[in-house]
Write a protein that binds this ligand. Sequence first.
Ligand code: R5P
Length: 326
Amino acid sequence: MNELRLSSEKRLRLFTGRGFPELALEVAEQLDVPITPTSAYDFANGEIFVRFEESVRGCDAFVIQSHTAPVNKQIMEQLIMVDALKRASAKRITVVAPFYGYARQDKKHRGREPISARLMADLFKTAGADRLMTVDLHTAQIQGFFDGPVDHLFALPLLADYVGKRVNRSKLAIVSPDSGRVRVAERWSDLLGGASIAFIHKTRDPRIPNEAITGKVVGDVKGKTCVVIDDMIDTAGTISKAVDALIDEGASEVIIAATHAVFSGPAADRLRNSKVSEVVVTNTLPIAEANRFDKLTVLSIAPLIARAVKEVFEDGSVTSLFDGHS
Ligand code: R5P
């Protein structure tokens, strides 16, 4: 009698969209797992086509895509990849979005506005995603928008480790560029030996995108090395105004540490010309050559994503990656 041999072993498979394949490749190298060959192209009218060149049946799929500009295209491509995986019988599908697009639209600031961060989560679920993995969401409660497990990774240990080696900790102030990020500043302070905390009183006109009106510095920054922390630098309006305000208040040096280098429009020029001494970011998003400058340091997020993928695949603990840092 022929014996039917069944293998219940899960297979880890990595997939990448065209948003930032270099980051996916770095993750793949860390894991020593190849990226599954995928064909992807655009039709003349902009519609996207995707096909996997190998069977994906029964695999544990991780679909990596950075929501870089053009954001809508990258998101749509990732949705289509998830749909294709579901229809090709992948056992489990994890959307890996190192930068989660639309995260800033997480509530209605005024009537008749969308909650686009929620819509994004619904779209991924509808496409067939079982889990979501992302880094430093604009607000942590976005995790609750997705109906399933969300692995929320933090760049804080990576950034703080780098900054901690570079500064004199006795004269350090961690500065939140708005009141909403003071809790994150507290975590930075804990990691860097109890540095003092300050924040910028920032106001915004919700009718004007990317336009922050910086108010005054709250806290003592005179003679201190200030580390301004933020989740993202988009046009660099917020952060460069914060730098000016801190220098005006007598800060001796200002360093910026942010997770997501969105770097739209005037960002690179603003940072180049600002009085900041160093801008430290991660590579959750690609940074065009034209947007690089001497004061910019880019730390790789790939090892963290790779470790998290490994923990999820092996039913380990993602929380253990941040014990004491989350
Ligand atoms: C705002 O709440 C965010 O945390 C960032 O500070 C902001 O989105 C950055 O945008 P920009 O660089 O255009 O000021």
